[in-house]
Write a protein that binds this ligand. Structure first.
Ligand code: SDX
Length: 429
């Protein structure tokens, strides 16, 4: 890394803050010496101007709406790779040869089943439990079963945990859905592709052969690719922070699933569909746009806006195209919800409030329309986001664990509470 630096003077003392240049994107100022040298902290709630780590995995250019996985553009990967190739790329840093891909898929397939006793966990939940609540529980519980992949210092155990998580998330996700529907669990079938296997576990009935729809399989695979990683978003930062304490990998991924659930993050895809259904008709759009702009109204346009993208989220563009393909397949390419979403986007993007704040549709705006067309209920939307994002969480977790300079994450604070005061006995309170 080439260096220049900034200088900071405080209370008569001046220090250098070395500038660390990125291979793509924004230079960072290294402030690690700040507290020791000047006895001050920086203050950045929400981390709007803070780089928490260095990474080689994913790069986002928010100004132009560009997303790279290990240097490859997301549009090229979504068009020309399947999700297993993308998983290999994110984990190993290079696209696989045909043999490498086959060996990787074989490794993943070995672990697609879950310990049969895990079925008992599901029986403890109410049938109407939110599938994300179930997923957080059962993914964390994997550490109660797979004791031979908990030692994070052992590279072989890290690999085993990696393959197990990528392989088992779709199985557990499908089990959560089947349980909510009162349907028997469907075991994975390793002769199918990763995405076809997932759809099979979701929808196959023991009473008849399951006809795989190739358009749905391709759409699901592409959606997993589009959700696979996204640099230091809230859930990935949660996984890194949990991992920095040396917690086991299953617990770290469970923490990422918990963070993803929020409607400001991965929970937005479910919230978008609920919002579109609440809007109901194009004639109601102006009222909802007005509410989204009203500071006194907590309503926000779900699926719109992004901390990093100040342009169109490239994933939203690809998902919108995929929505047309899937809707055409189900004969509903005039799906009123898609029409409504596109009209909402059109009106919002002409409105000064959204233009000034550079608010565009994000990855969550159109994905729910595809899921609904494929017969997937809204409560499962964020679960699908978690299935796709698991490989990114793991790749980031591995990068952090394998970094020799890694330390436990422990931010400080700006204390605004009471100064020390004399204790009061009950009689004096
Ligand atoms: C994901 O980080 C990632 O990479 C996440 C993700 C990933 O792949 O991991 O991309 C996935 O989480 C996508 C985002 C999904 N969330 C939503 O769609 C929920 C709706 N969006 C907003 O809540 C919001 O845009 C966030 C949370 C996404 C971003 O919030 P920021 O960066 O903290 O922005 P902000 O709240 O400071 O907003 C800036 C301004 C504010 O207005 P002013 O105070 O300047 O007047 O824009 C307004 C906000 O009120 N604003 C919105 C809005 N989003 C921002 N106003 C109305 N509707 C919205 N959706």
């Amino acid at each position: 890394m080439s260096f220049d630096s900034a200088t900071l003077t405080y209370k008569g003392k001046t220090i250098d803050l070395p500038a660390l240049k990125a291979t793509e994107g924004t230079t960072v100022l290294d402030i690690r010496a700040l507290y020791k040298e000047l006895d001050v902290f920086t203050y950045d709630p929400g981390f709007t101007s803070t780089a928490s780590c260095h990474s080689n995995i994913t790069f986002i250019d928010g100004e132009i709406g560009r997303l790279l996985y290990r240097g490859y553009n997301i549009a090229d990967l979504a068009k020309s790779c399947d999700f297993m190739e993308v998983c290999y790329l994110l984990l190993k840093g290079e696209l696989p040869t045909d043999v490498e891909r086959k060996d990787f898929v074989k490794e993943i397939n070995k672990h697609s089943m879950v310990h049969d006793q895990m079925h008992n966990f599901f029986k403890g939940f109410r049938r109407d439990a939110h599938p994300m609540a179930i997923l957080i529980g059962v993914v964390g519980a994997l550490s109660a079963f797979y004791h031979d992949s908990l030692d994070i210092k052992d590279p072989e155990q890290r690999d085993l945990a990696t393959y197990r998580m990528i392989a088992k998330l779709p199985t557990l996700a499908a089990m959560a859905y089947r349980y909510s529907m009162g349907l028997p669990f469907v075991y994975p079938k390793n002769t199918l592709s990763y995405s076809a296997n997932f759809l099979h576990m979701m929808f196959a009935m023991p009473t008849e052969d399951y006809a795989m729809n190739p358009v749905f399989e391709k759409a699901m695979d592409r959606i997993f690719t589009l959700h696979a990683d996204h640099e230091q978003n809230a859930s990935t930062s949660t996984v890194r922070l949990a991992g920095s304490s040396m917690a086991n990998p299953f617990a770290c991924i469970a923490s990422g699933i918990a963070a993803l659930w929020g409607p400001a993050h991965g929970g937005a895809n479910e919230a978008v569909l609920n919002m579109l259904e609440e809007i109901g008709d194009k004639k109601n759009i102006p009222e909802f746009i007005k509410r989204a702009k009203d500071k006194n109204d907590p309503f926000r346009l779900m699926g719109f806006g992004h901390r990093v993208y100040k342009n169109y989220d490239p994933r939203a563009t690809i998902i919108r195209e995929t929505a047309h393909e899937v809707l055409k397949e189900v004969g509903g390419d005039q799906d009123p919800l898609l029409e409504l979403a596109m009209e909402l986007e059109r009106i919002a993007l002409q409105d000064q409030y959204f233009i000034e704040r550079k608010l565009y549709p994000n990855v969550d705006f159109y994905s729910g329309i595809i899921y609904k067309a494929m017969g997937i209920p809204a409560s499962m939307f964020t679960v699908l986001f978690a299935v796709g994002r698991t490989v990114g969480w793991i790749a980031q977790w591995r990068e952090m664990i394998e970094d020799p300079s890694q330390k436990i994450g422990r931010p400080r604070q700006l204390y605004r509470g009471k100064q020390e005061r004399a204790f009061k006995t009950v009689a004096n309170r």
